[in-house]
Ligand binder design. Structure first.
Ligand code: T1G
Length: 710
C-alpha cells in the first residue's frame, strides 16, 4: 500500500493508496483493470483501515476508486486457489466495526464484493446513473461477504431479493434508500464525500448490522412465494434458490447468525458443478475475443459504413445490428420490390419493439434513417464493409463477390454470411482474398448474440482483428473459427441431429428424445428445434453432401420423407410434430413413428425400448467428440471457444459450462468408454459414426482434459 503523508514510509504498491488529509483518511483502490478485490487488495485495505484507526489526526475514512469502476468484486481467478487470508468477510466486518465513520464514495460501478464493501461502510455516496449489482448468482454462487444480510437492511425485501436472485445491474437511482447522497455525475462523488465528513463525524459510525430485521407472516409468505417462482424459472440452477434462503436467514437470525448461514450456503454453492461451470464460462466468454496469434498492437480498419447484399430475413436482421449502433447501412437487392419488402420488414421489427416499450418512436425513425436501399452495385463504391447474405449456393455467392471486387474501394472488407460454404472458394472469386472473411450470424440475426468469425486461408490479420472489434461494437459475442463444413456450431449440431434421427428409427419417439434433452438443460430438443428452423434447411444441406452420407442409408431418412411430403415444420403447420392454428406448441403425431417403423423395417433396423441415458449419451457425446476433432484440426482456437459457441448459439445450459467443460466434468475416460461401447454395439452404423477422435484418446492417455486446450 502507498501511504502519502509525513510519517509513513511510502512502500509503493499498485493496488491501494492511503492519503491523510483534511482530518480524514482517503483510501483509493487502484487494482487495474477493475479493482478486483484480490488477496493483495484485501490485505492492504485491512492495513489501511488499521492505520487510519490508529492515526489520531484522522476522524473519518473515505473509501473510493482511482479507476473507472469502483470495484468488480472478488477476484474470480482466485476461486480455484482456495482460501487466501484475509478473506473478504473479515475485511468488511473490520470496516463495519471501525470506531471512526467510514464513507463509501462509489464513483463507478460496484458489483459483487465491490457493492458488499460499500454496504459494510457506514455511509454511501454515489451518482444516479451509476450501475451496481450482486451478480454472484451468474457465477453459480451468492453474495458471500454479507451482501444477503446487509442489503435487506438498507432496501425493501422484494427489491433486495430481485437484485440478489437476478444478479442484474441496478441504477443507483432505483435504490435510493441504500445511499445517503446521490449526485448527478461520478466526478462529484469524492468531493461530496469530503463535504459529508462533518455530518459523518457528528453522527459517528452507523453499522449496517445495527438495523434489525424480523420475520412475520407477510414476510414468510413473500419468501415462500418467491422460492416457488425461482424453482419454476431457474430449472437446473442451484444458486438462485440458495440466494432466497440466504436473504430469508437475515430475517430469521441475528446478524451474526445470518452471516453464518450465508457462509454455509455460499460454500454449498461454491462446491457445485454448476458453480465450476459458470465460473469457467465467465472467463471463456472473455477469452473468446483474445486472438492467439495476432499482434495486439495491429491497427484495425475503420468501419463507418456498411452494405448488406440481400434484404431477406438474414440480410435485414444483420442490417439492424448496425443501425442499432448508429452505423449507416445500404441494403442491395436487384429487384426494387424485394428491397421495399426487406426495408418494410425491418421497420415492422422496430415498430414491434416500440410496442413492447423497448424503443421510442423517435428511435425507430432514427434507426430507419440510417438504412437506405439500392439496386446498383455502383452505390457500394465507398463502403468500408460489405456483408453478403444471399441464397446459400456457391455460384450465386461467387457472382456477388466478383461484382464487389469490381466496385468496392481498396481496403473494403468483403464478408460472407454463409453458414456452410467454403470461404476460401468464395475468396477466389476476387482479386483480394486477404480482404475476404466469413461473418456467420445466427437467425434471427438481430437477436442472437453469437457471431462466428470465419478465418479463410488468406484473410489478413487486421481484417480478423477488425471483425472481432466490430462484434463488440454491434453487441455480439464474436468467436474466431476456421473453414470447414459448418465451421464449429453447425458442424457439431449436425452429429447431434443425426443421432436424434437415428434414435427415432431405433424406437425412441421424438417426444422422448426432446424431453431428455430439455431435462438436460437445453431450451428445446432436436426435433422441436428442427421444426422451428424448418426441416427443409437440413434437407437441402444433406442433398449437397451425398458423398458424406452415402454409406449410411439410414441417414435422416424419416426427416427426408417428411420434407418430401411437405411437412417442413412449424411454418407448414406440421413437421415432426403437428401445430394447430398457428400455435407453436408441438403435438406428437403417431404417423411419424409409423414412418420410422416402416423405414426401420426396410433398413433391417430392429426397434427397441431405448433408455433416457442412452439417448443423452448418443446425442451429447458425439457432439463432444466432433468438438475434439475441431480442436485437432485447429478450426477453433481453444476448447472454451466451443463452449461459448454452444451456449450462445444453441442454448447449451450455462450451468454445465458448454459441451467441452461438461465433458471435463463427466470425465474424458468415461466419454471415450461410452463412444467405444456404442461403436461396438451399433453394428456398421456404430463402427463409422462412433469412431473416437484421436485427440480424445490422446488426452485420456496423457491424463489431460479439454481445459488443457484453453
Ligand atoms: N475477478 C477477476 N477478473 C475480473 C473480474 C473479477 N471480478 N471482473 C472482470 N475481470 C477481468 C476480466 O476477466 C477481463 O480480463 C478484465 O477484467 C476486463 O473485464 C464475495 C464472491 C465489471 C461489468 O461477477 O461483470 O464478488 O479478459 O472485459 O466489459 O460476494 O468485468 O482482459 O484478461 O468484463 O468493462 C462478482 C464480474 C464476483 C463481476 C466490467 N463480480 N465482472 O466489464 O470488462 S464474485 C462479478 C464483470 C464476488 C463476493 C463474491 C465485468 C464488469 P481480460 P471485462 P467490462
Amino acid at each position: 500500500m502507498q501511504a502519502n503523508n509525513h510519517n509513513d514510509q511510502s512502500d509503493k504498491s499498485p493496488v491501494v493508496q492511503l492519503t491523510f488529509k483534511d482530518r480524514c483518511a482517503l483510501i483509493q483502490l487502484c487494482n487495474k483493470p477493475v479493482n478486483a478485490l484480490s488477496q493483495q487488495v484485501r490485505s492492504e485495505l485491512l492495513d489501511a483501515i488499521k492505520r487510519a484507526t490508529e492515526n489520531a489526526d484522522c476522524h473519518a475514512i473515505i473509501i473510493t476508486s482511482d479507476l473507472a469502476l469502483f470495484s468488480a468484486g472478488a477476484d474470480i481467478s482466485e476461486f480455484s486457489t482456495g482460501n487466501l487470508s484475509p478473506m473478504l468477510p473479515e475485511v468488511l466486518n473490520t470496516i463495519e466495526n471501525c470506531p471512526k465513520p467510514v464513507i463509501a464514495a462509489v464513483n463507478g460501478s460496484a458489483f459483487g464484493g465491490g457493492l458488499e464493501l460499500a454496504l459494510a461502510c457506514h455511509y454511501r455516496i454515489s451518482f444516479a446513473k451509476n450501475k451496481v449489482g450482486l451478480p454472484e448468482v451468474h457465477l453459480g454462487i451468492l453474495p458471500g461477504a454479507g451482501g444477503t444480510q446487509r442489503l435487506p437492511r438498507l432496501l425493501d425485501t422484494q427489491s433486495a431479493l430481485d437484485m440478489i436472485v437476478s444478479g442484474a445491474p441496478t441504477p443507483v437511482s432505483a435504490i435510493n434508500s441504500v445511499f445517503d447522497k446521490t449526485l448527478d455525475s461520478a466526478q462529484e462523488v469524492v468531493k461530496a464525500a469530503f463535504d459529508f465528513i462533518d455530518e459523518a463525524i457528528s453522527k459517528g459510525p452507523r453499522p449496517t448490522r445495527a438495523v434489525s430485521l424480523s420475520m412475520n407472516e407477510e414476510k414468510a409468505a413473500l419468501f415462500s412465494q418467491y422460492a416457488e417462482g425461482v424453482e419454476q424459472k431457474a430449472k437446473g440452477f442451484f444458486a438462485p434458490l440458495k440466494c432466497v434462503e440466504a436473504v430469508k436467514a437475515a430475517y430469521e437470525n441475528n446478524f451474526e447468525g445470518g452471516l453464518k448461514r450465508e457462509a454455509e450456503l455460499f460454500m454449498a454453492c461454491m462446491e457445485t458443478p454448476q458453480a465450476r461451470a459458470q465460473q469457467h464460462f465467465f472467463f471463456a466468454e472473455r477469452a473468446a475475443s483474445h486472438l492467439a496469434d495476432i499482434d495486439k498492437a495491429l491497427e484495425t480498419r475503420d468501419v463507418k459504413s456498411v452494405a448488406i447484399i440481400g434484404a431477406g430475413t438474414m440480410g435485414g436482421g444483420i442490417a439492424m445490428n448496425f443501425a442499432n449502433v448508429g452505423i449507416p447501412v445500404k441494403l442491395l437487392e436487384l429487384k426494387p420490390e424485394a428491397l421495399d419488402k426487406g426495408l418494410g420488414i425491418i421497420r415492422k421489427n422496430y415498430e414491434n419493439s416500440a410496442k413492447k416499450g423497448k424503443l421510442t418512436a423517435e428511435q425507430v425513425e432514427q434507426r430507419m434513417s440510417l438504412l437506405s436501399g439500392t439496386t446498383s452495385y455502383d452505390d457500394l463504391a465507398d463502403v468500408d464493409l460489405v456483408i453478403e447474405a444471399v441464397f446459400e449456393k456457391m455460384s450465386v455467392k461467387k457472382e456477388v463477390f466478383s461484382a464487389l471486387d469490381k466496385v468496392c474501394k481498396p481496403g473494403a472488407i468483403l464478408a460472407s454470411n454463409t453458414s456452410t460454404l467454403d470461404i476460401n472458394e468464395i475468396a477466389q472469386a476476387t482479386s483480394r482474398p486477404e480482404d475476404v472473411i466469413g461473418l456467420h450470424f445466427f437467425s434471427p440475426a438481430n437477436v442472437m448474440e453469437l457471431l462466428e468469425i470465419v478465418r479463410a486461408e488468406k484473410t489478413a490479420d487486421d481484417v480478423i482483428k477488425t471483425a472481432m472489434q466490430l462484434a463488440k461494437t454491434i453487441r455480439k459475442v464474436g468467436v474466431l473459427v476456421g473453414v470447414c463444413f459448418g465451421f464449429v456450431g453447425n458442424r457439431m449440431i449436425e452429429v447431434y441431429g443425426r443421432e436424434a434421427n437415428r434414435l427415432m428409427l431405433e424406437g425412441a419417439s421424438p417426444e422422448q428424445v426432446d424431453r431428455v434433452i430439455t431435462e438436460f438443460g437445453l431450451p428445446m430438443g432436436p426435433f422441436t428445434m428442427g421444426d422451428m428452423a424448418g426441416l427443409d434447411i437440413g434437407y437441402f444441406v444433406r442433398q449437397s453432401r451425398q458423398s458424406f452420407i452415402q454409406h449410411d442409408p439410414s441417414y435422416c431418412v424419416v426427416a427426408d420423407e417428411l420434407v418430401e411430403a411437405g411437412r417442413v415444420g412449424l411454418k407448414a403447420g406440421k413437421g415432426v410434430y403437428l401445430y394447430e392454428n398457428g400455435s407453436r406448441k408441438p403435438i406428437p403425431d403417431p404417423q411419424v413413428m409409423e414412418i420410422a417403423k416402416r423405414k426401420a423395417q426396410e433398413l433391417g433396423i430392429e426397434q427397441r425400448e431405448i433408455s433416457d441415458q442412452e439417448i443423452l449419451e448418443r446425442c451429447i457425446y458425439p457432439l463432444i467428440n466432433e468438438g475434439a476433432e475441431i480442436l485437432k484440426e485447429g478450426i477453433a482456437q481453444r476448447a472454451s471457444d466451443i463452449d461459448v459457441i454452444y451456449v450462445y448459439g444453441y442454448g447449451f445450459p450455462v450451468f454445465r459450462g458448454g459441451p467441452m467443460k461438461y465433458a471435463d466434468e463427466v470425465g474424458l475416460e468415461h466419454i471415450l468408454a461410452r463412444m467405444t461401447h456404442y461403436q461396438n454395439k451399433l453394428g456398421d452404423y456404430g463402427q463409422h459414426w462412433f469412431e473416437a477422435s484421436s485427440l480424445l484418446r490422446e488426452l485420456v492417455e496423457t491424463n489431460k482434459d479439454f481445459s488443457s486446450l484453453n
